[in-house]
Design a protein around this ligand. Sequence first.
Ligand SMILES: Cc1ncc(C[n+]2csc(CCOP(=O)(O)OP(=O)(O)O)c2C)c(N)n1
Ligand code: SF4
Ligand SMILES: [Mg+2]
Length: 298
Amino acid sequence: MSNVKQKVRAEEAEHPIAPYLRMDRIPHIWCPTCGIGTVVKCYATALEEAEVDLDKTAIISGIGCTGRVAGYMKLDAFHTTHGRAIPFGTGLKLGRPELNVTVFSGDGDLVGIGGNHFIHAARRNIDLLVILVNNFIYAMTGGQNAPTTPLVARSSTMPFGNYEAPFNIPNLAKCCGATYVARWTCLHIRRVTKAFREALGKKGFRVIEVITPCATLYSRLNKLGTGLDLMKFYHDEADICHGADTRDVEIDFQSRIVCGKFVDEEKPTFSERREEHYRNKLGDDFVGMPSEGGWLHE
Ligand SMILES: Cc1ncc(C[n+]2csc(CCOP(=O)(O)OP(=O)(O)O)c2C)c(N)n1
Ligand code: SF4
Ligand SMILES: [Mg+2]
């Protein structure tokens, strides 16, 4: 086949994840070499591989560059206010328990302004899959310091380097009660996809952190090069250590990133506990949540 014909064929071909995206909104807003799109691709592939019923899947995002994800997915999608993706997802899950609910948002959104919601949803074991894109910064608003910015890294609000201790997200999630906790970088496409697929099939508060390049702000402020340079860095410095003690997986500036699945356990979810509790208290008077569609339908 001639090169011209090949090019025409390629242009006509639909991208494999196009059926999962609102193609009318493409091109997306993300910068060249930003990693967020890669994480979206992994999520769409995981939905396909896990054969998830898309009519029963909802995605919620907060505000930020990562917060734009929900708007691009061809699912029931909600773009909520900053830090409120988890409470929105909690309400949706409690009202419509038959839905698979994914919260897909950024580090600042989920553990900065939304930090209180994160810890209490984990404590209650709300049945949500949380995909947390960690680019170590508040990217959308100009590169301010985030609760994930490594010590000494520069941000626009810490031009001489960060002196605040950052969160270790897997440890935060585990200590608050999450049932599934993993970390990968967006270089680990197959492993990220596998983790999403696996977590989609589980219950409880599941947190997957994906370390992702922000070439425009984090990289530029710290003179780390392009997104590709950061991918090379992940290649050299990511250390896969399944089952590692989450206390030992903190991230220092430009040093080893411990990746892997750290927690995978079963615990009753908030709804299961509530159901059991009221059944015990009220006996035959208890009216449980219908399995197909929640009380909101009535
Ligand atoms: C109540 C409120 N406070 C502040 C903002 C401004 N704001 C929008 S996005 C954002 C930071 C988002 O950071 P992160 O979640 O890490 O997303 P990223 O852009 O890095 O993907 C902030 C502070 C806002 N939209 N609403
Ligand atoms: S500013 Fe950073 S996080 Fe936002 S789209 Fe650009 S590269 Fe991605
Ligand atoms: Mg961020």
